[in-house]
Design a protein. Structure first.
Length: 335
């Protein structure tokens, strides 16, 4: 296990370095001049544009710009956002908890629902439950998520008025930010009314975002449990009269859950990236809207920092998945 962790950690710096190079090159290849955008657009004075270009080091050769970027990154400096006029680190510190709260909520809601549907379908293969689960899973993975967000917002907020449509808190309401996670901060503040309000604002975006992991998990859980339930040791357990619930959750789940661990490690960073549309529809002040604003304004520092952050999350969740997989199944360990 120690050698496995060390091997994964040794690859991590190379992965992050490759990500910085790829994002840096692709960002410079995109059309448009960020200095012109920052100076005011096509009507800006050429002298002002040139001063902006010099101030931000955009007139240096690309190799020099990349070297400067790596030097700042080694010091923990992610640069300064031209759109926010603030350090990228400070903006990410404020916005990342909002995105993580949304993403973790979607996983906590979607993953158990998806696994439960998949197991129910596998236990009743060929039944109406199986057909309905496959139909729901296929629909959840196929329907555009922004359309679902608009429809749920229209139904539960506009028509029924049950849930708020935007923001993390009602207007003129504040929370003492300790962690940046409003659910946790409301509980630390001891205000259950505020905690309930936070949950009501989380409900629509979390349910919308949870549709994708629920659908994906349902399909993979069904396939994985079907494969394991067909094994000889499962048939033997049934022959000995062991209750079906015990066979599924005590015997089959130990092997069937292994492929889902890898899938789960891919869902977390994918949801952070995919939350851009959800954050836009529900006016959620997270990293997704920050990235969208940066892309529109050619804010290099933000795009590079968010890309690096997502790559790091992918790598770390992959490391956790590999270690968990090896801990649960010793056959996957290599000497």
């Amino acid at each position: 296990m120690r050698s496995l962790v060390l091997r994964r950690l040794a690859v991590l710096p190379l992965l992050l370095l490759g990500t910085t190079l790829l994002v840096f090159v692709l960002g410079r290849m995109a059309p448009g001049d960020p200095a012109e955008l920052f100076a005011g657009g096509h009507q800006a004075d050429p002298e002002v544009i040139e001063r902006v270009r010099e101030e931000w080091g955009l007139d240096d050769p690309l190799v020099v710009q990349y070297a400067h970027y790596l030097g700042r990154l080694a010091r923990g400096d992610l640069g300064r956002s031209t759109t926010q006029q603030a350090e990228v680190t400070d903006v990410l510190r404020r916005r990342l908890p909002a995105s993580l709260e949304l993403t973790v909520g979607a996983l906590l809601f979607g993953v158990p629902a998806g696994v439960g549907l998949g197991v129910a379908a596998a236990r009743r293969r060929g039944s109406a439950v199986d057909d309905a689960t496959r139909l729901v899973a296929m629909g959840g993975a196929s329907v555009p998520i922004f359309w679902v967000a608009l429809m749920l917002g229209y139904l539960f907020s506009v028509r029924l008025g049950w849930l708020p449509l935007s923001g993390r808190l009602p207007a003129f309401t504040s929370v003492d930010e300790v962690t940046g996670f409003y659910t946790v901060d409301a509980l630390l503040q001891g205000d259950l009314g505020l905690f309930g309000s936070v949950l009501r604002h989380l409900a629509l975006p979390v349910i919308t975002l949870a549709i994708v992991p629920a659908a994906v998990m349902a399909r993979f859980a069904r396939a994985s449990f079907l494969e394991v339930l067909g094994e000889n040791y499962i048939r033997t357990a049934h022959a000995y009269g062991i209750p079906p619930r015990t066979v599924v959750w005590r015997l089959a789940s130990k092997n069937a859950i292994l492929p889902l661990i890898t899938l789960l490690s891919l869902l977390l960073p994918a949801l952070i990236v995919g939350a851009v549309l959800i954050e836009t529809v529900f006016s959620w002040p997270g990293v997704g809207t920050f990235l969208l604003e940066a892309l529109q304004a050619r804010d290099y520092a933000v795009v590079q920092s968010v890309s690096l952050l997502v790559a790091a999350i992918y790598a770390l969740t992959g490391l956790v998945a590999d270690v968990s997989y090896a801990a649960l199944d010793p056959r996957t360990r290599r000497p």
